[in-house]
Design a protein around this ligand. Structure first.
Ligand code: ZN
Length: 252
């Protein structure tokens, strides 16, 4: 059976239980309009799959602000401050680190929050997407103090609200093979991750309420990645529902 058939089989099980397999889409590292980003905005429009764009505040260009005004459903999340690694050699990359004083990290995030809210208005949702999907506990615990009410990293969440006033909704399917080719991870791996999360939700092994998140990085998409996303977003199944981004973070 192909991976696509396996995905359909999993969705059939959701349907037979009268349940809706909710999913959402996050794309990281946006600062300006590129042909690769236009391709994704085209998918959003053509297939009606709402896009959450994680924007790096310190590098934001005017053209991105102007372009997103023309979109219907694209929402902006905050991708750290400058996507800068603050960890020493030998430790995993992290911008929202535990090396600096927590107040210094929070000051950066506050600055980024101000940039995105003033440039994007209501299109910006107060959700932090930590660069490299990593954030120190102390920083995460302080997010609520500066008006951040959402957090998105990678892997099934342990709790919906791991820090006071902060709703966590993660992604679970990474389409890029970062440790290998840095190209498309392949249909079997991508769909395998999607099926694994859906199946674990259905069986109650992970939080069933957390929508299954697809993670993309438009700047590095090769042709096979783009083709895969085209196939995924154009796939129709009555049990599969792509959430609007305010519905992913429904506190508003
Ligand atoms: Zn990033």
């Amino acid at each position: 059976m192909s991976s696509w058939d396996q995905l359909r089989t999993e969705l059939d099980l959701w349907q037979s239980e009268g349940r809706v397999a909710t999913a959402w889409w996050r794309d990281d590292d946006a600062v300006t309009v590129t042909p690769e980003l236009e391709t994704l905005l085209g998918f959003e429009q053509d297939y009606n799959v709402p896009l959450a764009l994680a924007v790096i505040p310190a590098s934001l260009q005017d053209d991105l602000v102007e372009r997103l005004v023309e979109t219907i459903d694209t929402r902006v999340l905050q991708h750290g401050w400058a996507h800068q690694n603050n960890m020493p050699e030998g430790r995993k990359k992290q911008e929202l680190d535990d090396i600096r004083d927590v107040d210094a990290v929070i000051a950066d995030l506050k600055q980024g929050f101000a940039v995105l809210s003033s440039r994007f208005g209501n299109r910006f949702l107060p959700v932090i997407v930590p660069p490299w999907n990593r954030i120190s506990d102390d920083v995460a615990a302080a997010l609520h103090n500066i008006g951040i009410c959402g957090l998105s990293t990678f892997n099934a969440r342990k709790k919906p609200e791991p820090y006071k006033g902060v709703l966590q909704v993660n992604t679970h399917v990474d389409v890029i093979d970062w440790r290998g080719t840095r190209g498309f991870v392949g249909e079997d791996a991508a769909l395998g991750a999607m099926i694994a999360h859906l199946s674990a939700r259905r069986q109650g092994d992970v939080d069933p309420q957390e929508p299954t998140g697809i993670l993309t990085h438009h700047l590095v998409h090769d042709a096979p990645t783009t083709q895969f996303l085209d196939n995924l977003f154009s796939m129709e199944h009555s049990a599969l529902s792509w959430l609007r981004i305010p519905g992913v973070f429904p506190w508003q």
